[in-house]
Design a protein around this ligand. Structure first.
Ligand code: SF4
Ligand code: SF4
Length: 139
């Protein structure tokens, strides 16, 4: 989920956790923080993202061509029984995140990159695709 400002997937409303579609959910949306990032524009960007992916708590998710840095972790306001302890003053981003349009009901990204090698392979495959398209358009 993208953090705050950026993407509605950021975090969740735990509000309905006790009823309706949030019931019984392990609060997936409160245990992952996704922040929208720029797609890498040059080798420095790639190197920077590779450094992030060295950490086993960090992934990159691509959804509809938007890139997100996803960090696993648990919101400090999530209770042991997966309820929001600050429900009434939870952030706006959490308020905007609701089922069924959430990770509990389906994968929200098209591609998940978990290691520096996967990122390199993805960038390489993208380059190949671009070259093929360019060649095809010249015919
Ligand atoms: S992942 Fe979806 S169902 Fe689960 S708590 Fe978050 S908003 Fe509710
Ligand atoms: S503030 Fe509440 S709703 Fe928002 S991420 Fe934390 S526990 Fe979830």
């Amino acid at each position: 989920m993208a953090k705050g400002k950026a993407d509605r997937r950021t975090k969740t409303t735990t509000k309905t956790r006790t009823k309706g579609l949030c019931e019984g959910c392990a609060a997936v949306c409160c245990t992952e923080l996704a922040v929208v990032i720029n797609r890498p524009r040059d080798k420095d960007d790639v190197d920077f993202y590779k450094w992030h992916l060295q950490y086993d708590t960090v992934n990159i998710a691509i959804s509809n061509h938007r890139w997100h840095l996803v960090t696993k972790g648990r919101c400090i306001y999530l209770t042991d029984d997966n309820l929001c302890s600050i429900y009434k003053r939870r952030p706006r981003t959490c308020r905007r995140h609701n089922p069924p349009d959430c990770e509990r009901f389906g994968q929200w990204y098209d591609k998940l990159l978990t290691t520096p090698e996967e990122l390199e392979q993805f960038i390489e495959a993208e380059k190949m695709r671009r070259r093929r398209r360019a060649r095809a358009s010249r015919r």
